[in-house]
Design a binder for this molecule. Structure first.
Ligand SMILES: C[S@@+](CC[C@H](N)C(=O)[O-])C[C@H]1O[C@@H](n2cnc3c(N)ncnc32)[C@H](O)[C@@H]1O
Length: 201
């Protein structure tokens, strides 16, 4: 796909490795491309995207957004290889659930959690779709660097709201656009790109 195309209006996922797709495509093609990416190249870019890290510089240990999760029912949106579920399980969450679009990631999460002696209900599905997750059930729904891959942010947020119990909490992290403008150099952060440049990346 031509990355400079004037017809591109928005990008869904994985532009850095050449798997980006425009929002003009139909939903099922988007899911197919997205899951293919996470089944294959996506593994290469998993880094600080699992708890206790919310992403670069921000950690649960510092921010305490969850606090004590013992006895709490947790649902992760886009669980990847299951590292964040492991973190919650080791903090004595009572139930671990997750949804992920990639069969490969679900497979890896299953193996990882089993090796850690934890059990979780893992569902392979796009977060955008109905997939058998119970409603009005969870104390916490969270997503560490996955929510931005949704093709329908409003619909996904509505679903997430339905999964939460009354007074349940949704916590998510996602990349800030400033990350694409700033690089770490000589122990300093330097601006390399204008923050207001909204061109494709
Ligand atoms: C950066 S990884 C998240 C890593 C994870 N937080 C962890 O703790 O290891 C993003 C995940 O989102 C999943 N994902 C991408 N688009 C999705 C979608 N539409 N629905 C569900 N999961 C999706 C990918 O398969 C991938 O596993």
């Amino acid at each position: 796909m031509d990355q400079n195309s004037v017809y591109r209006t928005n990008i869904i996922g994985a532009g850095e490795v050449g798997c980006a797709i425009s929002v003009g495509m139909d939903k099922n093609s988007v899911y197919k491309t997205n899951s293919f990416f996470w089944d294959t190249k996506g593994n290469d870019i998993l880094g600080a995207t699992a708890l206790p890290f919310y992403g670069a510089f921000v950690s649960e240990e510092k921010c305490q957004l969850f606090g004590d999760v013992s006895g709490k029912k947790m649902l992760e949106i886009g669980c990847g290889t299951g590292r964040s579920l492991q973190y919650q399980g080791e903090r004595k969450a009572s139930e671990l659930w997750a949804v992920d679009i990639s069969e490969k990631q679900i497979e890896k999460a299953t193996q990882h959690l089993t090796a850690c002696g934890l059990s979780a209900k893992l569902i392979c599905s796009p977060m955008e779709e109905e997939c058998g997750i119970p409603v009005d059930y969870f104390d916490f729904v969270y997503s560490i660097y996955a929510i931005g891959w949704t093709t329908d942010l409003e619909g996904t947020f509505c679903r997430i709201a339905s999964y939460l119990k009354k007074d349940g909490v949704f916590i998510f992290s996602w990349s800030h656009p400033i990350h694409k403008c700033v690089v770490a150099e000589n122990n300093m952060l330097a601006f390399k790109k204008c923050y207001f440049d909204e061109s494709w990346y």
